[in-house]
Write a protein that binds this ligand. Structure first.
Ligand SMILES: [Zn+2]
Length: 332
């Protein structure tokens, strides 16, 4: 049993309370490798933004759970080296799908876990989420639960169709599970293809897809039911067209990739939405930078020469999100 406190990590409780009061949101960035982690920590340290490092089940399988845990510990020390005296870093399990997985993460030193029972019938979701919350709270680890289903594909998580969170269920759900934050479904979606072309309109000038707006009326109704309760948005990448264009220009093929417009996330950040999950955007930045090097310098075979530019582009992306979208800079 390792306590996250010994690793210099924090849970989400105070972080979320401050974010709701201050009208900003905490970035939750997924990481699977060293370059992503370096970019996240550098961006957070340079902007003095609290940050949530997310590890999905897929990331655990890809990188090895023990290695990831020590990387997160190293991240805290790296942040201090960068001049961030008291780093506000959460290590969070993204989309935990069983009690055993959540328990394993709590025992390994995670400061926060998500239990995603959203695909289960309502009562089973409550029972599973409560079991995780009861265990995690013994160690002061915070718990995110989910109500409502997001569409899209991300690692092992996938659903054909979304259905919005039902505001009439949120009080009962949060009370009976004891969760610390609630992931909701209001039209965000996992992956780089968040909407099918037929769900969108097309900008006549650029020919780009324009996605349907988020259901802010549902968010408002949820906030009315649970005033001041921390709300989480998954699947909130914006799929920057500059990266999509770079990827396509240098031999990739991402037709009609589309995300959530940043102005909608900016609006959500000012509400009780206090955690916004961004994964696909960094994947796009990484891929765009690597493809550019491969296309322009076909003789290059030193991974540092293409992972380095990928890291730089991701750092730029994370800083942009922190400063211009979520507003979490200078809050840690
Ligand atoms: Zn998610």
């Amino acid at each position: 049993m390792v306590s996250y406190k010994e690793l210099g990590l924090v849970n989400t409780r105070d972080m979320f309370a401050k974010a709701i009061k201050g009208g900003y949101a905490i970035p939750a960035f997924n990481f699977n490798n060293m370059e992503q982690l370096q970019a996240i920590i550098k961006a957070a340290a340079e902007t003095k933004s609290p940050v949530i490092l997310q590890v999905s089940k897929g990331a655990r399988n890809y990188a090895n759970p023990t290695l990831l845990r020590y990387m997160a510990q190293g991240a805290v020390e790296y942040a201090k080296e960068l001049g961030w005296e008291k780093p506000q870093i959460v290590l969070h399990l993204d989309h935990g799908d069983s009690f055993e997985l959540c328990k394993d993460c709590v025992d390994l030193g995670f400061s926060s876990v998500m239990i995603d029972g959203s695909a289960l019938p309502y009562e089973e979701n409550i029972a599973l989420s409560k079991k995780v919350a009861d265990y995690a709270h013994q160690y002061d680890v915070t718990v995110e639960a989910e109500l409502g289903v997001l569409a899209g594909v991300e690692d092992e998580v996938q659903a054909e169709e979304s259905h919005y969170t039902r505001p009439e269920e949120v009080i009962d759900f949060s009370k009976r599970t004891g969760c610390d934050s609630l992931a909701i479904s209001i039209g965000t979606s996992h992956g780089a293809y968040k909407f099918k072309p037929e769900q969108c309109t097309r900008d006549p000038k650029t020919g780009r897809l324009v996605p349907p707006p988020l259901a802010f009326d549902v968010l408002d109704a949820i906030m009315e039911q649970l005033p001041g309760f921390p709300i989480v948005l998954h699947g909130s990448s914006s799929v920057p067209q500059e990266y999509v264009d770079m990827i396509n220009k240098y031999g990739g093929k991402l037709p009609d990739a589309v995300g959530i417009p940043e102005e909608q996330l900016r609006k959500a950040s000012k509400s009780a939405v206090c955690k916004i999950n961004i994964d696909s955007d960094s994947r796009l930045a990484f891929t765009a930078a690597v493809r550019k090097v491969f296309a322009e310098k076909p003789g290059e075979f030193d991974p540092r020469k293409y992972c380095g530019p990928a890291r730089d582009l991701m750092t730029e992306l994370y800083k942009h999100k922190i400063i211009n979208v979520l507003g979490s800079d200078n809050k840690a």
